[in-house]
Ligand binder design. Structure first.
Ligand code: GLN
Length: 203
């Protein structure tokens, strides 16, 4: 336990990882590399209000939204994020955090002032890898899998990364969301960026 990252109260940092479907195991592994023990959120009882942060993984946003509703996790998580729970969304996570999804109304947790386009790269370029600049970090590897991109940024949302002239990462308040899968690379810097954000906003 001595090695664990601590929150402002001196307790080990508690970061929940939504574990309903999709690439959640890889996020848990990333957190462990950073000495943070992840808490898998599978059922309503797993989600408590003493979490320091939450990761919403990639997967299938429509399936995830349906499961969130059926498991009665939708409203508690929506309220917690709206009330300032630091949150990191990847791929489907970005879609769920968007105020507007093209052609599909708002996301399940609509806090980001963005319009997001699902499966935005079409069939030919559905999945690809690239490297690009990420604000505050530098060049990082980005893995896109049937990814969305952000087609419009307004209000308080701030752009963190652009690939092929499309916005692929944004930040707003205590929420970071990216269209790609940092958890599928060896690079922990983006998860570290999130952990630092949590610790800094507790100071
Ligand atoms: N295409 C998925 C969706 O629309 C997102 C893909 C992903 O998370 N890798 O939800």
């Amino acid at each position: 336990m001595e090695n664990k990252k601590l929150n402002a109260a001196g307790a080990p940092l508690k970061i929940g990882v939504l574990a309903l479907q999709g690439a959640f195991i890889e996020h848990c592994n990333m957190l462990r590399k950073l000495d943070v023990e992840p808490i898998e959120i599978r059922r309503r009882v797993d989600f408590s209000d003493n979490l320091d942060g939450l990761i919403i993984p990639g997967g299938e946003s429509t399936v995830m939204a349906k499961l969130l509703y059926e498991l009665e996790l939708l409203n508690p998580i929506k309220d917690a994020i709206a009330n300032g729970l630091p949150t990191f969304g990847t791929c489907a996570g970005l879609i769920l955090l968007s105020r507007q999804i093209e052609g599909a109304g708002e996301g399940a947790f609509p806090v980001l002032d963005v319009v997001t386009r699902r499966n935005a790269y079409g069939r030919q370029l559905g999945s690809f890898k690239t490297t690009s600049q990420f604000h505050g970090i530098g060049e990082i590897e980005m893995v896109f899998i049937r990814a969305p991109y952000v087609s419009e940024v307004y209000g308080q949302a701030r752009v963190l990364a652009v690939v092929n002239e499309k916005v692929v990462a944004v930040e707003q308040g205590k929420v970071i969301a990216v269209a790609f899968h940092p958890e599928l690379t060896e690079d922990t810097r983006l998860h570290e960026y999130f952990v630092k954000m949590i610790v800094n906003c507790q100071l």
